[in-house]
Write a protein that binds this ligand. Sequence first.
Ligand code: HEC
Ligand code: HEC
Ligand code: HEC
Ligand code: HEC
Length: 137
Amino acid sequence: MKPWIVVLILALVVYGGVYAYTFNFSPMVREKSIENWLQIESAKSISYVESSICKECHLRVYKNWSTGNHSTVECESCHGYGAEHVKLRSKGSIFVGNERDYCLVCHKELAGRGAVKTVSEGHGSGVICTYCHDPHR
Ligand code: HEC
Ligand code: HEC
Ligand code: HEC
Ligand code: HEC
């Protein structure tokens, strides 16, 4: 056999191998089916809990919140996911935002925004929003 034929055959084998792996056997392709995706997702640990869980330790805040203006906004919409915090039960293990921009994510005046009452960026300017508004009331 001529050497260039050997090289050609080897090249074809390598090409075939890479092709088959990429489009048939690689994890990315195998994980594409819905069953696999569900399996992978359900194996992940839980990161969110419900506001009723927060109530167990933060009863005062919970009571204020449930009769306040933000009663339709879940605790974790403002504080981020809380499962890790429920385990650790410590300061610093959950997000506490207090910048103006953080409140303006939902309250900034935007064209087409109707469901939530909005304020202009100049509203109460120079002071953080929680100086005047209790987020839990
Ligand atoms: C098992 C009890 C427990 C549960 C459940 C719990 N927390 Fe806490 N949380 C604590 C403790 C303890 C602290 C620390 C208090 C301190 O040191 O002053 C804390 C502190 C906080 C703080 C202040 C963090 C800081 O860095 O100042 C926030 C905000 C908070 N929790 C929100 C939540 C939310 C939201 C939930 C529900 C997702 C929740 N917590 C569920 C026990 C709990
Ligand atoms: C609209 C956003 C928002 C929602 C909803 C919200 N929080 Fe807060 N929370 C804040 C902000 C902002 C602070 C910081 C307040 C400050 O520094 O005066 C805070 C502070 C806290 C603190 C620490 C200070 C304190 O008052 O004891 C706890 C604990 C807490 N939140 C728990 C909760 C729980 C539990 C819920 C749901 C029942 C909840 N929060 C819902 C925005 C929110
Ligand atoms: C996740 C979205 C969200 C975030 C973040 C948020 N809010 Fe709200 N806020 C709402 C919704 C929803 C309502 C109830 C609908 C309404 O009345 O605008 C509300 C109501 C209010 C009201 C009462 C309006 C009225 O007179 O009826 C005030 C004041 C307010 N929020 C201030 C704040 C402040 C201060 C912060 C930051 C600490 C904040 N909000 C963060 C969604 C949010
Ligand atoms: C200096 C105090 C002060 C500060 C700081 C402040 N507010 Fe207010 N806010 C008020 C007062 C007083 C009202 C009620 C009178 C009015 O509508 O102006 C109000 C009303 C609101 C309302 C209801 C508006 C409506 O249409 O009824 C929202 C929403 C609100 N504030 C959000 C915010 C947000 C978000 C921030 C931070 C970016 C903030 N406020 C900072 C004092 C303040």
